[in-house]
Design a protein around this ligand. Structure first.
Ligand code: SAM
Length: 216
């Protein structure tokens, strides 16, 4: 299969028409090999316009949503980023291309192991991954210039807000268990500003400062 061509089509037909403009973001989507993050049984759909199951009842998000979240973070290449919900590691790779370093936390030990192996094989040296409850953040490495939560949360987990640096940005799907609003939070001179981006549907964030275990 000509994956390079499929990536170009994904950029032209899924990302640009919906308003993704940042040339760095578009270039990275044309470069990162999404099919290497997809289970073998779904590889033919790797560049399709929808989320795909990755095991452990989890999904790799739709390319457009990954692009929208990445663009909304406004990355210049110098940032220290915290990602909550590594999943397949695809979003992690995109972030690693656009920032200085990425710290990523995944709740499922199996997904952590697979993502770590994949990202190492692909040659990324600016990513650290651990298994744990990402709603607690990564206090030893804080503060973070950017925080991205890739699972649905009823609110912004307090520790993550605390670990966000001054002038930092945090993005998350916030709302109910089956429907959320992609929300951008900005910390400006100690004040928190929040803006809605669009409606979305994510798998739940399960942890101390989000939904409780029994939902999964
Ligand atoms: N961005 C990922 C990708 O590119 O494959 C997809 C992330 S998936 C939509 C959400 C992930 O969040 C799942 O892998 C899930 O196990 C993880 N998750 C849920 N609650 C979590 C928590 N408290 N801490 C860390 N990860 C969590």
């Amino acid at each position: 299969m000509d994956y390079e061509r499929l990536r170009k089509i994904m950029v032209e037909k899924q990302l640009k028409p919906r308003g993704i403009k940042d040339p760095k973001v578009l270039d990275v989507f044309a470069k990162v090999e999404r099919h290497k993050f997809i289970p073998p049984e779904s590889i033919a759909n790797a560049y399709a316009d929808y989320p795909i199951p990755i095991g452990e009842k989890q999904t790799i998000s739709q390319p457009y949503i990954v692009a929208l979240m990445s663009e909304s973070l406004g990355l210049s290449g110098k940032e220290k980023v915290l990602e909550v919900g590594t999943g397949s590691g695809y979003q992690t790779a995109i972030l690693a291309e656009l920032s200085k370093e990425v710290y990523s936390i995944e709740r499922s030990p199996l997904l952590t192991e697979k993502a770590e192996e994949r990202l190492k094989k692909l040659g990324y040296t600016n990513i650290k991954i651990k298994t744990g409850d990402g709603t607690l953040g990564w206090p030893e490495e804080a503060p973070f210039d950017r925080v991205i939560i890739t699972a649905a949360s009823p609110g912004v987990p307090e520790p993550l807000l605390e670990q966000l640096s001054e002038n930092g940005r945090l993005i998350l799907p916030k709302g109910e268990i089956f429907s959320q609003v992609l929300t951008l939070i900005e910390k400006k001179t100690g004040k928190i500003e929040s803006s809605d981006i669009c409606a979305c549907v994510f798998v739940p964030l399960v942890g101390k400062y989000a939904w409780k275990e029994k939902l999964n």
